[in-house]
Write a protein that binds this ligand. Sequence first.
Ligand SMILES: NC(=O)c1ccc[n+]([C@@H]2O[C@H](COP(=O)([O-])OP(=O)(O)OC[C@H]3O[C@@H](n4cnc5c(N)ncnc54)[C@H](OP(=O)(O)O)[C@@H]3O)[C@@H](O)[C@H]2O)c1
Length: 280
Amino acid sequence: MKVLLTGDRGQLGTALRATLTDHDVTGFDLPEVDITVKEALFTAVSAAKPDVIIHCAAYTNVDGCAKDPALAYRANGLGTQNVALACLEFGAEMVHVSTNEVFAGDRPDGYEEWMTMNPVNAYGRSKAAAEFHVRNILPRHYITRTAWLYAPGGRNFIHAILNRARDTGQVRVVVDEVGNPTYANDLAQAIAQLIETHQYGTYHFVNSGATSRWEFANEILRQAGLETIVNTPILSKEFKRASTPPPYAALHNIAGQAIGITLRSWQAALAAYVQEHIAA
Ligand SMILES: NC(=O)c1ccc[n+]([C@@H]2O[C@H](COP(=O)([O-])OP(=O)(O)OC[C@H]3O[C@@H](n4cnc5c(N)ncnc54)[C@H](OP(=O)(O)O)[C@@H]3O)[C@@H](O)[C@H]2O)c1
């Protein structure tokens, strides 16, 4: 299959390149192609002639989105609309990558694929707009929602915790934000399985099980051999930031499981990641 990746040097794009070795994969990122510039995007898609575009490009700085919601909509909403229009024009399927932040985070039991989006911050609103455009424009689409992604070299929670622990000898972490830590390699493998199915629709692809940021930090420190670091639980209201994350926005992978696509537990994925990229 000819696969085109948007945002191919980000966390997920890099993992997909390493995973999709049986396919003919090309891709682009900023600055060479900006998805908000429709003509440049159409030229790139026309040249690549993909069977499927896996759309990983996004403005993922949630606090940046809160400070500049218009920029967030431009990159995530309008940019995704352009990608869906390009798929329609050039006959490609589309995998759109979305987020647990399209939900309000008011369900301690978590969210299934069919539940109503109700984002509470600018990043979530821009990603909900993206989903809206994909569903309206392109019948042959997959929407894959994920959460708390991590990968080597990425800007992510694991590296933030380890850097803080090593620099200061202690960490303070919010206990009232719950989600699903997800290894980008595992998401990439799930997407690789999904594109073989042509079973279009909306999927939650997260490592299974849910946890708080605080428990996740505990497990990171334990698995990295830093269990002596003091990890103090705090409430979100004590951690000032521009964006307000949804408090209980864990996802359940129901639709994927029904067609045989499962992801291992978040603890097993973290153990593999620590072994492959931190302990080594
Ligand atoms: N990271 C998470 O925790 C998380 C959680 C849930 C869902 N997601 C979703 O998963 C997908 C992949 O996330 P990720 O962690 O791999 O993100 P990432 O590491 O931030 O990579 C995104 C890439 O897209 C590029 N990009 C940004 N704006 C662009 C534009 N206008 N045109 C072309 N490229 C652009 C970025 O370039 P620059 O670096 O130069 O900006 C970056 O290389 C995104 O859709 C994200 O919303 C992520």
